[in-house]
Structures are given as C-alpha cells and as structure tokens.
Design a protein around this ligand. Sequence first.
Ligand code: NAP
Ligand code: COA
Length: 278
Amino acid sequence: MATDTDPDTQLIENYQPFFREDLLKDKVALITGGATGIGFTIAEVFMRHGCDTIIASRKIEKLQKAAKALEAGTGRKCLTVVMDVRKPQEVIQGVEKMMSEFGKIDILVNNAAGNFLCPASSLSFNAFKTVIEIDTMGTFNVTKAVYDKAMQEKGGVIINISATLHYKGTALQTHAASAKAAIDAMTKVMAVEWGPQGIRINCIAPGPIDNTEGVRRLAGPLKDKVNGVIPLRRMGSREEIGNCALYLASGASSYVTGSVIVTDGGHWLNDPRASSKL
Ligand code: NAP
Ligand code: COA
C-alpha cells in the first residue's frame, strides 16, 4: 500500500492500545475538524476501539480523503458531513443527516478551530470575531444541535478541545485565548446543567502537539526552542491526545465531568527563568 505523505491524514504507526480494543464498540462519535491533525487522530483512535465516526468540516475533498484513510486503516465506518460550525442552519441539517444515517450520536468532540499569531493592536474587528465564531460559537452551535437531536433523551459524552493560552497572558493570542476561555466556562456550566440527563462534558487542553497545523502556525521554526521549555522536553503527539480523548469518551472516566485535562507535558506550569537555575 502506498504511504500517505500528507501529515494531516497520517495514520499512527504501530499503535499500541492501552485499553480494551472493544472499548467503544458500536458507539458513534462526531468529531468536528476530524479530517486533519488532532481531530483526525482522535477519530482514528476511536475507530481502532470499535467506534464508527462522523467527521465534519468545511472542505469536502479533505473530508473524503480522510474518511478513506480512516476506514482503510481501521475497518470501521466514517461518514463525512460538510458544515461550517459558525452556521447554525448548516449544523442542524448536518446533525439531522448524521441521525438519519446512524440513529444516534454517543460522543461529540468539538475540535474545529481557527488560529494565527497576531498582536491585539493589529487584530481587525473581523479577525477577532472570526476566531470567536469558529471556536466558541462553533462549539456552542454543534453542542446545542447534538443535545437537541441526540443526547437530550439518551445522554452522551462531550469532549471540548481547549488550550492553555488563557492561563497566562500568551502574547499574540488575544483572540484564541478569549475563545478557549469561553469554551472552558461553557464546559463547566453544561456539566452542571446536563449531568442529571446522563451527559458528561469535559475539556482537553493540549500543549504544543507535533505534526499539526497549530504548531506549524504558532511555533513554526521555533520548534527546538519550544521543546526546551517543556518539562517533558518534547512536544506531545496526536496519538497522546487521541488516548486522552479515548479515556474521556469511555466508561473509564464515568465519574469525570466538568473537568479540564491539561495534556501538555507540564508546558504551561514552567517558568523557564526559574527552572534554568536547576
Ligand atoms: P487543524 O488540523 O487545522 O484542525 C482544525 C480543523 O478545524 C480543520 O480540520 C478545519 O477544517 C476545521 N475547521 C476550521 N474552521 C472550521 C469551521 N468554520 N467549520 C468547520 N470546521 C472548521 O489544527 P490542529 O492543530 O489539529 O488543532 C485541533 C484542535 O486542537 C483545535 O481546537 C486547536 O485549537 C487545538 N489545539 C491545538 C494545539 C496544537 O499544538 N496543534 C494546541 C492546543 C490546542 P476545514 O478548514 O476544512 O474546515
Ligand atoms: N493575522 C491577522 N489577521 C488575520 C490572519 C492573520 N494571520 N488571518 C486572517 N486574518 C483576518 C483576516 O484579515 C480577516 O479580517 P478582515 O476582514 O478584517 O481583513 C479575518 O481574519 C477573517 O479572515 P478570513 O480569511 O476571511 O477567514 P476564514 O473564515 O476564511 O478563515 C481563519 C478563518 C482565518 C481562522 C483561517 O486561518 C482558517 O480557516 N483556519 C483553520 C485552520 C487553523 O487555523 N488551524 C489551526 C488551529 S489551532
């Protein structure tokens, strides 16, 4: 079989499962932004554990290529749905299509996002709005549609993908830090409101994850410098985020809700000036 050289749709080499391989057997998961990067690998890890998936984003070509790779690599089904998470009507129609195909959505991963480096002084009104609309409103729009049409009656698991940018004043990230802070807040409120209905909702806050668009955009050529300020001395892998999502999606985390699991090798905690004296 020809090797795929596109980093976005690279399957994990020699995946070593930590959990039972039927952990998500016959579950259905929707992963927004699942055609690339972290979302693609979350879909792959879920599918390797018996789950069927739906990947949803804006570009049909990327979705179809990813679904083909995921199905070939795992033997499970992957449905593609074109939708812009900013547009509630598209999201509602997309979720209706998913429900008519599978009859349920057990797991939702809100992974779609947009980001770039820009100081607040240069950020246009529309640039700030765009990131808030994709990350924060997109997370709300998809969550609300999935709640209304799938989880309200039957319960489910929601995993939001956040970040650690807003724990400190990360320069050049006014837009993304604000967007992700709102996602953390949404997670906590919804965990309280929907817990009685059997819905668990948590966040993963990744640090710099290698082989992703996020790192290409935000760290770029500074990759070696970034590794040096991470206590574990390396960036995370997409597989490590996939495994964290698997834990949160499964019964292994059945009493965990409203939490943010920081998955960053200790990155945000580190004060490089202090630790350089070690
Ligand atoms: P990525 O590959 O660029 O993933 C983002 C995905 O979102 C793309 O597949 C994109 O597909 C989709 N998307 C963007 N706008 C959309 C819209 N309006 N509607 C629907 N889909 C949309 O980036 P990544 O680095 O893997 O990041 C994945 C997640 O991890 C993001 O939430 C990011 O904030 C978070 N994160 C990443 C890192 C990191 O180191 N990479 C660190 C912290 C947090 P289309 O463009 O085809 O629509
Ligand atoms: N720096 C400053 N402003 C920027 C920018 C950058 N690098 N990139 C885009 N913008 C501004 C645009 O100029 C525009 O503002 P304006 O109308 O005032 O000029 C606004 O943001 C919207 O840009 P546009 O390109 O029309 O938005 P889009 O909806 O087509 O795309 C983005 C959204 C900008 C977030 C795009 O980068 C994207 O689609 N990203 C998805 C993938 C991604 O970001 N992955 C990393 C996830 S961590």
